[in-house]
Design a protein around this ligand. Structure first.
Ligand code: NAP
Length: 712
């Protein structure tokens, strides 16, 4: 089916088809979407009755819970992660239509890099993280096995599994692409279908992005739906099966949080709300230092990017009182010199308008309330340019009393910053006051601290970290390489406590967890092996010894391709005696002549050793020799080991033996091989554990490379 191109009435994508609303239907409510620069109406969004929108929200949710859940659960984590990569590649080739629509929302080309390229980049990042850091399964173990009985017959492990409902999103207007994809990607990896309600004003961009994704043919049925212009009733139909991720103002967050769905029905709810982010200039960053320039660059970037309409933008510049004027003057001069406010489609424009006339009115009202509370406008302060557009001048305010409540509470969601002074003549140079002022924001997404003094960095970080989701520390060494104050990154947690909503998004695999439930599973080692797909010590094995292999009654696990290998396949080696001569040879050849291996008296005096002992690395090397199958075969490489612990020392006269068991098998979706993790246990003649670790190998899916090796 061909999707309609976006015309003046915005379609929604529901149950895998495009639905065009009927603005003439009974109960239709029409919202005009305007070009931010010209005020021209570019599209209509229709909300109201099902007859008007062409669908019912309950049907959309039911489709996600049934068709979406089913199609996603038929894929593994890595398969879904790979689809994300292909979606990203598809969108990357077709960004122009997104840019085009985005300009009408007031964004410049540079802003589009943040939203559109940033959104696509987030898909790439989650694809890569999902395949590298998560098992290729739908039950994801979390943490180690806990042994709950003395004999090891009752054990437990935590596991993550996908929630059984919908990942609903209600998004803010400022990042129609990034805001959608940064939530869609982790939900998709978790295996949970998404329903997106974008902010109406910029929904044409989000709808176009979904149009491209649907057109790609890559989306599993029911995995993504978008409700344009309507959907305010979404939360009324969600319950304990679902997750709602909200991004927007603190007021709307409060309203949603107080709904029955959250309060009564147990809907999982996370909010990314507004925040009064701070940037602190430390006392050491005097105007003659590179740090001072870096600070001005931070403020400049945060005011001008997206015309300040970023949840992470700096609203409060906290500087030594004696430097307030220097900061205001330097920043104002730079803004005057470099910022050209205008239609982003006009050459030379460096800052676009706000998203709408409504937004322009809101920001003007917020500036007015700051002025009413005692702030002074030092630059800008209100609308500029063509009357029809939503242009707003870069605005710098100062305030005499840095504790003025409005400054720490009123978010002017535009190109507005207030500069506050702290008392740097105090005994601690005002650091405690700077910390106090930063925390008056009552919880923020991010704070920058510009300092080249590491004691200041440590003190301020300790003082403000608990009130912030991210800290951005800048000095001469990282100013040029920093990714910026305002950029949430897919690998780092985004979100902040308190006023910022208390939510956490992104952060690599952490971002996937909100769409999954963590469950503690208790049972026997066999139960846990069956549930988690990872072999647990004590569970059943298929054991072979060297004698079995030589007699032809057993196959060495290293001779099995992934097609043949099963978790629990195990090799028990022959014993090997530890001799003093070999300890000495190892010490001499490696240079590791630590006394525990070379000096009998000193070793015996050590509380951990009976006398001279073998090097741990000698034992690990011997273990490799004891378990290896040397002939070319399906095992292609050993790429490391994990979780190595030396437990009981081995002295000369002891014998060691290794038991190697296939613990986890992860076929790679893009390659002809996969990863096999081998549980490795070194024991001595008394069955005490000498060492334990996981050996990591790459093994062919089929025995191809060396199948006929040496046959001729
Ligand atoms: P908003 O007015 O709260 O709207 C956000 C979303 O909520 C929109 O999709 C809106 O739909 C919807 N909405 C509003 N009232 C609703 C209701 N009663 N029931 C259900 N949905 C409702 O915020 P905004 O003006 O779009 O965004 C600006 C704010 O978002 C700023 O305060 C900014 O700080 C914050 N923000 C935070 C983050 C973050 O990550 N923490 C990121 C971006 C923005 P309609 O558009 O259809 O009204």
């Amino acid at each position: 089916m061909t999707a309609p191109t976006i015309t003046r009435t915005l379609p929604s994508y529901i149950a895998d088809r495009w639905v065009t609303p009927d603005p003439a239907a009974d109960g239709a409510k029409i919202t005009e979407i305007t070009d931010a620069s010209t005020g021209e109406v570019t599209a209509h969004a229709v909300s109201g009755s099902a007859a008007a929108t062409g669908f019912s929200t309950t049907d959309a949710i039911a489709h996600a819970r049934t068709v979406g859940q089913r199609s996603l659960s038929q894929l593994t984590t890595h398969e879904r992660a790979l689809i994300l990569k292909n979606l990203a590649l598809y969108l990357n080739e077709r960004r122009d239509s997104l840019y085009e629509l985005s300009f009408a929302t007031g964004t410049t080309s540079r802003d589009n890099l943040i939203d559109i390229d940033g959104g696509i980049g987030t898909l790439f990042a989650f694809s890569s993280k999902g395949r590298r850091e998560m098992p290729n399964a739908n039950v994801i173990p979390d943490g180690p096995v806990e042994v709950l009985s003395k004999d090891g017959s009752f054990v437990a492990r935590h596991v993550w599994t996908a929630i059984t409902g919908v990942a609903a999103q209600i998004n803010a207007f400022n990042f129609p692409v990034w805001g959608m994809l940064e939530k869609f990607a982790p939900a998709f990896i978790a295996g949970v279908p998404s329903i997106v309600k974008p902010a109406t004003q910029t929904s044409p961009v989000a709808v176009e992005c979904v149009r491209l994704m649907a057109e790609s043919g890559l989306l599993p049925a029911g995995s993504l739906q978008i409700i344009a212009g309507a959907g305010r009733d979404l939360i009324d139909h969600l319950d304990e099966r679902d997750h709602l991720a909200f991004t927007g103002s603190a007021d709307t967050a409060r309203h949603l949080r107080s709904s029955d769905a959250v309060q009564v029905d147990g809907l999982r709810f996370s909010a990314e709300a507004d925040s009064l982010n701070a940037a602190i200039l430390a006392p050491d960053a005097t105007p003659d230092t590179p740090e001072f320039d870096a600070y001005i660059r931070v403020l400049f970037g945060e005011i001008s990017a997206k015309a300040g309409q970023k949840c992470t933008a700096v609203r409060r510049a906290i500087v030594p009182a004696a430097r307030v004027n220097a900061v205001v003057e330097e920043l104002s001069a730079k803004l005057d010199d470099k910022v050209v406010v205008g239609d982003p489609r006009t050459k030379g424009t460096t800052m676009g308008p706000l998203v709408s006339k409504d937004q322009q009115r809101d920001v003007a009202a917020a500036v007015q309330s700051l002025v009413d509370a005692g702030a002074t406008i030092r630059l800008g302060g209100g609308p500029v340019g063509e009357e029809a557009g939503a242009f707003f001048a870069p605005t710098v305010l100062t305030v005499d009393d840095p504790r003025t409540p409005a400054v720490h509470d009123t978010e002017a969601f535009g190109p507005v910053v207030t500069v506050l002074g702290y008392d740097d003549t105090a005994a601690d140079k005002g650091i405690s006051e700077a910390v106090e002022l930063a925390n008056l924001g009552r919880g923020s997404l991010v704070a920058s601290l510009v300092t080249h003094d590491m004691d200041t960095a440590a003190t301020v970080a300790k003082g403000i970290a608990a009130m912030h989701g991210r800290l951005h520390l800048v000095d001469r060494d990282d100013a040029k390489t920093s990714t910026g104050h305002g950029s949430p990154l897919p690998v780092l947690v985004h979100g902040g406590p308190g006023r910022a909503g208390g939510g956490e998004e992104l952060g690599g695999v952490r971002g996937v967890h909100p769409f999954m439930q963590r469950t503690a599973v208790q049972g026997s080692p066999d139960h846990l092996t069956a549930v988690t797909g990872e072999w647990v010590r004590g569970a059943a094995t298929r054991t072979v010894t060297r004698a079995d292999i030589e007699a032809g009654t057993g196959v060495h696990p290293f001779r099995k391709s992934l097609a043949e290998l099963r978790i629990g396949d195990q090799l028990v080696s022959e014993p090997r005696e530890v001799t003093l001569e070999e300890i000495q040879v190892f010490a001499d050849s490696t240079g590791d002549t630590f006394y525990a291996h070379t000096d009998e008296a000193a070793a015996t005096a050590n509380p951990f050793f009976p006398r001279r002992v073998a090097h741990g690395y000698l034992l690990v090397s011997w273990a490799a020799g004891l378990f290896v199958e040397p002939a070319p075969g399906p095992v292609l490489a050993n790429y490391g080991l994990e979780n190595l612990r030396f437990i009981t020392p081995a002295t000369y006269g002891d014998t060691i033996r290794v038991t190697l068991t296939a613990k986890r098998i992860t076929p790679r979706v893009t390659d002809d091989y996969g990863e096999v993790c081998w549980d490795t246990l070194l024991t001595n003649q008394n069955d005490e554990i000498v060492a334990t670790y996981d050996v990591l190998t790459l093994v062919e899916k089929e025995n191809t490379t060396y199948a006929n090796w040496g046959a001729e």
